[in-house]
Design a protein around this ligand. Structure first.
Ligand code: BES
Ligand code: ZN
Length: 620
C-alpha cells in the first residue's frame, strides 16, 4: 500500500511538473513480481481483505455466495480477478451494480474477471456460484468417508485452484486476510484455514476469521461429520468419529513437534496447529492450510511410523505460509526449505540416524527424478520457468529433494550454528511476505556467505541442471545393513523367514522393498511374501511400494491383484496412485491400468485425475 501511495504521488507529481523519468520510476516502485499464472494486475489494484459469504449445497454439489473484497488502488479503472469455471451472477462496487467482463478462457488459467472501479472505490462484491467443473472442490458421498453416514466436502487450493471456488486474485504473492460466513447442512461441521469451531453449531451457520494475511492458495474449507480432540491447548485433531481416537494417538507428538520447530526457527505464528484427517480420496499426503493442516488417512498406520508428514506440514508454517514463494517458478523456496526443516524436526524428536534414513530415501527419489528428466534437463533447475505450463508440472521431487540437498550441502559448508542463525533471521525478517529466488540469492549472499567469508556455488545449484559435484553425501549405517541383507538373501545365505524377523523400522522396510533386485526369481519373491505377508500390509506406504514391486515382478500370488485394485479404488493420494499406474505402464500393462482406472477415476480428486489421464493417455 505504501508503494501504491508512492506511485499515486508520483503520478500526481507527473501531472503537475512534467517529468520524463516518472514512468520509469513508477515501474521501479512496482512491488509485485510478474506471475504468469494469474491475470491479476496487483500493481494497479489489489484486494487486501476478503469477506466470503457462502452456502454449501450438497444436493447440487455447488457453492453459491458472494466474495466481497476491500481493495486498494492507485488510479486504476479496473480491478482484475482470476476465475475458472465459475458462474458470475453480478458484481457491485461500493454497493452499486457495475458491468463486469469475463475474458477468454484458458484451460489452465481460466478467465480474467475485470470489474470497473474508480480511484476511491473501496468494496468490490462478486456474486457467484461454482459449477460441476470446479477443480478445487471434491464432494464425497457417504460411501467415500470413514463412517459412511454423511457426505463430505474438501477443497484443495494449491497451486492455482482457489479460483475455481472463489473468484480471487490468485497469485501466491497477494496475501490477504479473510473472514467467512459459511452455511452447511446442520448435521455437519465446517472448518477452514482460520480460527475454527470445536463442535457443531445448532443451525449449520459458521463464522471464520483469518487475521493474518495469507496467500490465496491457502484458503481452505472442509465440511463433514467431524469431531475434535485436543492434544495440547494449541494442537489437536479433527476426524470422523470412527477414527478420532486412532488419529489422536497417531499424531500424539504434535505438541512436541511444534516445540522442536519453535526452538529451531522462532515462535509459531499462527496460534493454533490442528490437523484434519480427510477421506482417502484427498490427492495429497498433507496440505499445509494455515492453522488447519489437511492430512490423508493413509498416514494413520497405528504406530506413528508415517508422522514425518505432520512435521513437514508444520514446517510449512514457516517456509511457505510465513515466507511464501512469490510465484510458482519459486516453488522450491516453499518445498525445499520445508523438507530441510522437516528433517530437522524429525532429528530433534527421533534422532540423527532416523532423519538420515528419511533423507536417504529422498536422495534416491531425486536420482530417479533426474533420470526421468534426462530429455528436459531444465526441469531439474531449482528456479523454474513454468510460463505457458500448468504449475503442477513443476511440482515434483526436484523442488523437494534437490532443494533439500542444496540446503543440507550449504549447512555442511557453513556449519549448523551459522545456518540456524541465518534461517531463523530469514523467517523473522520476511515473515508475512513473499520471496523470489533472486531475492533469496541476494539475501543468502549478504547475510550468510559474504558475512562469513564463504564461497558457495549457489548459482549452479539454483540455475543449472542436475546435482552439483559438491552435493552432501547421505550415508546411513542402518540402510547399509539392509543392503547387506539383500545381498545375503540374493545369494542364499539369508532365508526369507529370518529376513522378516529383522527388527527393522519403517524406513528400513521401505528401503528393503524398493531395492529388491530386478532379477530376483519369482520363487524367491513369492517366498518373501509368504514369510512377510507384504501383500496384506496394513501400513499404506509398505503396501504401496510392495504393490509397485509386485507389478514390476509380474507377481500375482497371495491375492495381491485384488489388493492393488482395492487400494487404487479407495486411495486417491496422487503420489501413491501415480506410482502404481506408472508401474503398470512401464511394465507393458497399460490395459490393466486402464481397466482399474476406469472404475476408480470417479473416486479421485481432479488433481489426481489430471495427472493420471495424461499418464495413461485417456480422456473421458
Ligand atoms: N504443499 C504440499 C502439497 C502440494 C504441493 C499441493 C503442490 C499442491 C501442489 C504439501 O506440503 C506436500 O508437500 N505434501 C506431500 C507430503 C510430504 C511429506 C512430502 C505429499 O502430499 O505427499
Ligand atoms: Zn510441502
Amino acid at each position: 500500500m505504501n508503494t501504491l501511495k508512492i506511485s499515486a504521488f508520483l503520478l500526481l507529481a507527473c501531472l503537475i511538473v512534467s517529468c520524463s523519468s516518472t514512468e520509469k520510476e513508477m515501474k521501479e516502485t512496482n512491488i509485485y513480481a510478474t506471475d504468469t499464472h494469474s491475470y491479476a494486475m496487483p500493481n494497479e489494484a489489489v484486494a487486501k481483505h476478503l469477506m466470503l459469504a457462502i452456502d454449501v449445497n450438497f444436493d447440487k454439489k455447488i457453492i453459491t455466495g458472494t466474495a466481497t473484497y476491500t481493495i486498494e488502488s492507485t488510479n486504476a479503472t479496473e480491478i482484475v480477478f482470476d476465475a475458472k469455471n465459475l458462474k458470475i451472477h453480478k458484481t457491485t462496487v461500493d454497493g452499486k451494480e457495475v458491468e463486469f467482463t469475463l475474458g477468454t478462457n484458458d484451460v489452465v488459467l481460466g478467465q480474467p474477471l475485470s470489474i470497473p472501479i474508480k480511484g476511491n472505490s473501496k468494496k468490490v462484491a462478486i456474486h457467484y456460484e461454482t459449477t460441476d467443473k470446479t477443480e478445487a472442490l471434491q464432494f464425497l458421498n457417504p460411501q467415500q468417508t470413514a463412517d459412511k453416514t454423511h457426505p463430505f466436502l474438501l477443497t484443495q487450493g494449491q497451486a492455482i485452484l482457489t479460483r475455481t471456488w472463489i473468484p480471487i486474485q490468485d497469485s501466491p504473492q497477494l496475501r490477504l486476510t479473510y473472514s467467512a460466513k459459511v452455511k452447511v447442512p446442520k448435521d455437519l461441521l465446517a472448518i477452514m484455514s482460520a480460527e475454527n469451531p470445536k463442535a457443531k453449531s445448532d443451525d449449520g451457520h459458521y463464522n471464520f476469521e483469518m487475521k493474518q494475511p495469507i496467500s490465496p492458495y491457502l484458503i481452505a474449507l472442509a465440511v463433514g461429520d467431524l469431531v475434535y480432540k485436543e492434544i495440547s491447548p494449541r494442537t489437536g485433531v479433527y476426524a470422523e468419529k470412527s477414527m478420532i481416537d486412532k488419529v489422536h494417538y497417531e499424531f500424539g507428538d504434535m505438541e512436541k513437534m511444534v516445540n522442536a520447530a519453535e526452538s529451531l526457527y522462532g515462535a509459531y505464528a499462527w496460534d493454533q496447529f490442528d490437523v484434519v484427517v480427510v477421506p482417502p480420496s484427498f490427492p495429497f499426503g498433507g496440505m499445509e492450510n494455515p492453522r488447519l493442516t489437511f492430512a490423508t488417512p493413509t498416514v494413520i498406520a497405528g504406530d506413528r511410523s508415517l508422522t514425518s508428514l505432520v512435521a513437514h506440514e508444520l514446517a510449512h508454517s514457516w517456509s511457505g505460509n510465513l515466507v511464501t514463494n512469490a510465484t510458482w517458478d519459486d516453488f522450491w523456496l516453499n518445498e525445499g526449505f520445508t523438507v530441510y526443516f522437516e528433517m530437522r524436526i524429525m532429528e530433534a524428536l527421533y534422532g540423527k540416524e532416523y532423519a538420515n534414513m528419511l533423507a536417504s530415501i529422498g536422495r534416491q527419489d531425486l536420482a530417479e527424478e533426474i533420470e526421468n528428466f534426462k530429455d528436459s534437463p531444465e526441469a531439474t533447475h531449482l528456479k523454474l520457468d513454468l510460463k505457458g505450463k500448468n504449475p503442477d508440472d513443476g511440482m515434483n521431487s526436484i523442488a523437494y529433494d534437490k532443494g533439500y540437498l542444496f540446503l543440507r550441502t550449504l549447512e555442511e559448508k557453513v556449519g549448523r550454528e551459522k545456518m540456524d542463525v541465518f534461517l531463523k533471521e530469514y523467517f523473522n525478517k520476511h515473515a508475512f511476505s513473499t520471496m523470489t529466488t533472486e531475492k533469496f540469492v541476494t539475501y543468502l549472499h549478504t547475510e550468510l556467505l559474504a558475512k562469513n567469508n564463504v564461497e558457495f556455488n549457489t548459482d549452479i545449484w539454483i540455475y543449472k541442471a542436475g546435482i552439483p559435484e559438491n552435493a552432501s553425501k547421505i550415508v546411513s549405517d542402518k540402510f547399509q545393513n539392509v543392503e547387506n541383507a539383500i545381498i545375503e538373501w540374493q545369494n542364499g545365505t539369508l532365508n526369507e523367514a529370518d529376513l522378516c524377523k529383522k527388527n527393522w523400522n519403517i524406513q528400513q522396510k521401505i528401503h528393503f522393498i524398493r531395492n529388491i533386485p530386478k532379477d530376483i526369481s519369482i520363487e524367491k519373491f513369492t517366498a518373501l511374501d509368504n514369510a512377510c505377508n507384504f501383500s496384506n500390509a496394513t501400513n499404506s506406504y509398505i503396501a504401496m511400494v510392495w504393490f509397485e514391486q509386485s507389478i514390476n515382478h509380474d507377481y500375482h500370488a497371495n491375492n495381491v491383484d485384488a489388493q492393488i485394485e482395492n487400494f487404487l479404488m479407495t486411495v486417491g493420494r496422487r503420489w501413491y496412485v501415480s506410482t502404481l499406474y506408472k508401474a503398470f505402464k512401464r511394465n507393458d500393462k497399460l490395459e490393466e491400468a486402464k481397466r482399474i482406472y476406469d472404475k476408480a477415476r470417479s473416486n479421485y480428486h481432479s488433481v489426481t485425475v489430471n495427472t493420471i489421464d495424461e499418464m495413461l493417455g485417456v480422456s473421458y
